[in-house]
Design a protein around this ligand. Structure first.
Ligand code: ADP
Ligand code: MG
Length: 244
């Protein structure tokens, strides 16, 4: 091992390959997420963004490559072992339990024995961040508005005390005002010290609020750099922002 003057990134994904049966979807995907940053992966529908996040959390098996979290290769650990290391995924489509209360949904984010002890304290933190969820805590999740459901999904992700919070399309299907609200919450969560990996079809928003960006196309990273430079990159603007 060689020692490096810069600390390793919180998450380093190296040459990741994933497949659904015989159909390979990720082809050697590599990227880094440094501590404390918001990093975004942008790309069209079907590019492989969700597959990437699902492979990092472990609900999808990796076929090749490595996933290093704080330098540890977690790529073959079961999902709960990854959650235990404080990695959390807020999945695309939220996946709440509609017939459970908002609060019970939040508590499901802390079902692991190692997290249960601090569940009440974490619940208080989530309610401080989302006062509206506190007001609605007894309401069935299925009857919450779209924005409230997304807050509930974010809150559930926070119940695992994540160091790395992965957000898969948090603004999808929300009205513009609610999109603003959700992204303001995401920035607030980052300021509290949580590192964020964001996947969003809302490309201009994702580039505005992140420091580093990766463009994914058909299962490969085809462009990367500071978000500010991707936001003015001619190809990105023409293919991903202009048409939005
Ligand atoms: N459960 C699945 N079975 C087979 N193919 C899938 C499945 N989920 C996604 N795919 C395929 O994998 C590719 C990447 O999908 P996905 O990761 O969901 O992309 P994105 O999140 O960027 O829209 C697409 O071609 C999609 O059709
Ligand atoms: Mg997706």
């Amino acid at each position: 091992m060689t020692s490096s003057p810069t600390p390793p990134p919180l998450l380093a994904v190296e040459a990741l390959e994933s497949a659904y049966g015989a159909v390979q979807v990720l082809w050697g995907v590599s990227f880094n997420v440094p501590h404390g940053q918001i990093v975004t992966i942008i790309g069209s529908n079907g590019a492989g963004k969700t597959t990437t996040l699902n492979t990092i959390i472990g609900v999808m098996k990796l076929r090749g490559g490595r996933i290093l979290f704080k330098g540890e290769d977690i790529g073959t650990l079961p999902p709960h072992e990854r959650v235990k290391r404080h990695i959390s995924l807020v999945p695309e489509g939220r996946h709440l339990w509609p017939r459970m209360s908002a609060e019970d949904n939040l508590l499901m984010g802390a079902y692991q024995p190692s997290l249960r002890r601090d569940a009440r304290r974490n619940l208080t933190r989530v309610y401080d961040l989302f006062p509206r969820l506190k007001e609605r805590r007894s309401q069935l999740a299925g009857t919450l508005s779209g924005g409230e459901q997304q807050m509930c999904a974010l809150g559930r992700g926070l119940m695992a005390e994540p160091e790395l919070l992965m957000l898969d399309e948090p603004s999808l299907g929300l009205a513009p005002k609610l999109v603003d609200e959700i992204f303001a919450h995401v920035e607030q969560i980052c300021k509290q010290g949580v590192t964020i990996l964001l996947v969003a079809q809302n490309v201009s928003y994702a580039l505005q609020m992140s420091e580093t960006a990766y463009l994914m196309e058909t299962g490969r990273i085809t462009l990367s750099g500071p978000s500010r430079s991707l936001a003015t990159n001619k190809y990105v603007v023409e293919a991903y922002i202009g048409k939005a």
